[in-house]
Ligand binder design. Structure first.
Ligand SMILES: NC(=O)c1ccc[n+]([C@@H]2O[C@H](COP(=O)([O-])OP(=O)(O)OC[C@H]3O[C@@H](n4cnc5c(N)ncnc54)[C@H](OP(=O)(O)O)[C@@H]3O)[C@@H](O)[C@H]2O)c1
Length: 243
């Protein structure tokens, strides 16, 4: 169980990409206890290596956010690790993207992407809400994208990644509604910028090794005035942007 002096984190999708970079950065501070998730923990070799070196600090739980019935089981496992200490930070990071357009997407792809990017993280937040209530910080970071901003469509994206953009716009609304329902939580959307990952592609301008420390600095310092808003990594700093 996490000690009372620990700062507790849960990062979904820690197997690769931005999630793995979040986990690696967090583990550099020995006061952090990090729970992360992978769909197939046995195959998450980098996470397993880290776990073997830092068994008190890192916990890996199995989670497929589309498996609705397994989310309460996952939350119970997380609560078993957190105990009375509760959860300080939830990073709802897991997500997928398809390069489609409004006139080409397939219904089944739309629904499955929506399940991973909107319904899944919303259910994860519901299930972890009691642990967050017990936490000292109660911060929920819903990892979003500038592509989900309707006001930014003229600047980024246009017709590109229509399903993904619609998902992130919906996820933004879930974020605002959560902030309204839970004023004691600090809950906001955070767009990490266009990073080199499997999702972002190798031509992306940003390197997660540089982006994630800046995002974590923002997350750790975030306070109630950040809640219910949308934040974006832009030009090596984090700033508010219109939904
Ligand atoms: N990279 C960018 O440029 C960029 C820009 C804006 C926003 N974002 C957002 O940042 C977040 C992370 O993206 P990324 O670039 O790190 O992507 P990534 O490298 O493709 O990694 C995606 C992560 O999500 C997990 N995941 C996918 N489907 C899942 C499911 N059904 N259940 C549980 N976990 C699942 C993956 O787990 P497995 O390894 O098991 O597949 C993986 O850990 C996403 O929400 C994305 O929308 C990224």
């Amino acid at each position: 169980m996490a000690q009372s002096s620990a700062t507790t984190w849960l990062v979904t999708g820690g197997n690769r990409g931005l999630g793995l970079e979040f986990v690696q950065n967090l583990l550099r501070d020995p006061s952090n206890v990090v729970i992360t998730t992978a769909r197939n923990p046995d195959q998450a070799s980098t996470l397993q290596d880290l776990r073997s070196k830092l068994p008190q600090q890192l916990h890996i739980l199995q989670l497929d956010v589309t498996d609705e019935l397994s989310i309460p089981r996952f939350a119970k496992e997380a609560e078993g690790i957190l105990g009375e200490r509760g959860l300080d930070y939830l990073l709802n990071n897991a997500g997928v993207m398809k390069a489609d357009t409004p006139l080409t997407f397939k219904a089944e792809d739309f629904l499955s992407t929506f399940k991973i990017n909107v319904l899944g993280p919303a259910l994860v937040l519901q299930a972890l809400s009691p642990a967050l209530e017990k936490g000292r910080r109660k911060v929920v970071v819903n990892v979003s994208s500038r592509l989900g901003s309707i006001s930014a469509v003229g600047k980024v994206g246009r017709q590109y990644a229509a399903t993904y953009s619609a998902c992130k716009a919906a996820f933004n609304m879930v974020t605002v509604k959560t902030a309204c329902e839970k004023p004691e939580f600090i809950v906001y959307a955070l767009s990490p910028g266009h990073n080199k990952t499997d999702l972002g592609g190798s031509a992306a301008p940003l390197d997660p090794k540089e982006t994630i420390p800046v995002l974590l600095k923002f997350i750790v310092a975030s306070a109630s005035e950040h809640s219910g808003k949308s934040w974006d990594y832009w030009g090596d700093k984090v700033q508010e942007y219109e939904w």
